[in-house]
Design a protein around this ligand. Structure first.
Ligand code: SF4
Ligand code: SF4
Length: 363
C-alpha cells in the first residue's frame, strides 16, 4: 500500500502512504525526532521499540502508516505542519487564534515559590479526585507502561512512560525531569489497558496527557492529519504541557556526565536545586550546573519553537525563576479555578511585566 501511487479509482487517485521508512528518512535521520514515542504507541503491529530516545524497527512492518501520520514532526497532504497550520490548530483547540506570541489564553497566573511539576501534580490530583479523568498518561519514575517496548534498561536519570490512576500515586512517580521520556507510550498504556468493550460498545478511558510541549503536539497531529491513531487521540480529554526545563537526550547526558567522571551506574536519584542538577551518588551528592549540560540538550526538542506549550489546555512552566500557569481552553480555565478554590495552588494574576517575560521568550 505504501509508496506507490495506486491506480485511479472512481474517487480519484489514492495518494502514496508514508510508512516507518519515511519516518526514518524525514524525521529520525534529520535529528528532528522529539523522543515522544507516539509512533511506537500508534503501531498496531507492535513493530517498533524505543531505544536511547529513538524509535527503532524491531518487528514486521505491515506498512499501515500510523507511525508517520501520528508523529508531531511530520506533515502530509492534510496537515502541513504546525507553523503553516497554526491558526487551524488553534481554532480546533481553543476556538480562537492567538493575540499574543505565547499563544491563545484565557488567564495567566504566577505561582510563587513552587515548582512547575508541583502545580502540574496538583492539577492531576484535582482531575482524578473530581472524576474528570480515569487516568493520567505521563512520564515518571515508576513502573513503565508498555515495558516490552523499551528495548533495554534506561539510565537512572531517564523517566519512563507512566500511567497514573490514583491521586496517591501522583507524588510517588511524578517529579522534574532532565531527560526526555517517551510519554506518548503512556497513552497507549492508558488507551489499551483501560479501554473496555461491552456488547459492541466501547468505553474509551478519559485520559489527561501530561508532557512537554513538543509531545503534546502529537495529539493535534493525530486529530488533524490524514490517518492518525484514533485509539490514542480519542482517549485524550485534557492536556497539560510542562515547559521551561532543559531536556537532555539519554545518550547526551551519559556522555556529559562520563566526561565529568560521574559513574552513571552509581546514581540513585537526583533533584534540581537552584540551577543545578544534584545527583545522589554512592551515598553522597554531586552537583552539576545546568549550563554545563549544554552539549547534552536533546537536539530534536531544541528544534521545536514552542517555549510555552501553545497547544495544551493548561501550560505550566518556569520562566525567569518563577512558575507561570497559563489556562488556555475553557476546560483549562475551569480546572485552574477549581484548583484555586480548593486551595491546591496559590496564584496571582500575571501583571503586564510578567506577560512581557513570556513575550520575551519569542523575541
Ligand atoms: S505503524 Fe504501520 S507503518 Fe509504522 S512501523 Fe508500525 S506497521 Fe509499519
Ligand atoms: S518524534 Fe515521536 S513520533 Fe516522531 S519519530 Fe520521534 S518518537 Fe516517533
Amino acid at each position: 500500500l505504501s509508496q506507490k501511487a495506486l491506480w485511479p479509482t472512481a474517487y480519484g487517485k489514492i495518494a502514496a502512504r508514508m510508512i516507518f521508512a519515511n519516518l526514518l528518512r524525514d524525521v529520525i535521520r534529520k535529528n528532528a525526532c522529539v523522543g515522544c514515542g507516539t509512533c511506537v504507541a500508534a503501531c498496531p503491529a507492535s513493530a517498533l521499540v524505543m531505544q536511547d530516545d529513538m524509535p527503532r524497527l524491531a518487528g514486521a512492518c505491515i506498512r499501515c502508516g500510523y507511525c508517520y501520520y501520528s508523529c508531531p514532526m511530520t506533515s502530509d497532504e492534510r496537515f502541513r505542519g504546525f507553523e503553516e497550520m497554526r491558526d487551524a490548530v488553534e481554532r480546533a483547540a481553543f476556538g480562537a487564534v492567538r493575540q499574543e506570541p505565547f499563544g491563545v489564553y484565557r488567564a495567566v497566573y504566577v505561582c510563587e515559590g513552587v515548582e512547575p511539576e508541583a502545580v502540574a501534580a496538583a492539577a492531576m490530583k484535582y482531575l482524578l479526585r473530581t472524576g474528570s479523568v480515569d487516568a493520567i498518561a505521563t512520564y515518571g519514575f515508576g513502573r513503565p507502561a508498555m515495558e516490552q517496548m523499551l528495548s533495554r534498561q534506561r539510565n537512572p536519570l531517564a523517566p519512563v512512560p507512566t500511567v497514573i490512576t490514583s491521586e496517591e500515586d501522583v507524588d510517588k512517580v511524578f517529579r522534574p525531569a532532565v531527560v526526555v521520556a517517551p510519554s506518548g507510550m503512556a497513552l497507549r498504556g492508558a488507551a489499551y489497558e483501560l479501554m473496555a468493550s461491552f456488547f459492541q460498545e466501547s468505553y474509551v478511558p478519559r485520559t489527561c496527557y501530561v508532557a512537554p510541549p513538543q509531545h503534546i503536539r502529537a495529539i493535534w497531529r493525530m486529530r488533524l492529519g490524514w490517518c492518525g491513531s484514533s485509539k490514542l487521540e480519542r482517549a485524550v480529554k485534557f492536556t497539560i504541557a510542562v515547559f521551561g526545563r532543559i531536556i537532555c537526550s539519554s545518550s547526551g547526558i551519559r556522555t556529559a556526565l562520563a566526561k565529568k567522571g560521574v559513574n552513571l551506574a552509581a546514581i540513585s536519584g537526583y533533584e534540581l536545586r537552584e540551577g543545578k542538577l544534584v545527583l545522589r551518588v554512592d551515598g553522597g551528592e554531586e552537583e552539576v550546573p545546568l549550563e554545563e549540560l549544554g552539549e547534552a540538550v536533546h537536539q530534536g526538542m531544541a528544534k521545536v519553537a514552542d517555549p510555552t506549550g501553545e497547544f495544551a489546555d493548561i501550560s505550566v512552566g518556569l520562566v525567569g525563576g518563577r512558575t507561570f500557569l497559563i489556562a488556555r481552553s475553557e476546560q483549562g480555565e475551569r480546572v485552574v479555578s477549581g484548583m484555586v478554590a480548593e486551595g491546591l495552588v496559590r496564584v496571582r494574576r500575571a501583571s503586564e511585566s510578567d506577560l512581557d517575560e513570556l513575550r520575551g521568550l519569542y523575541s
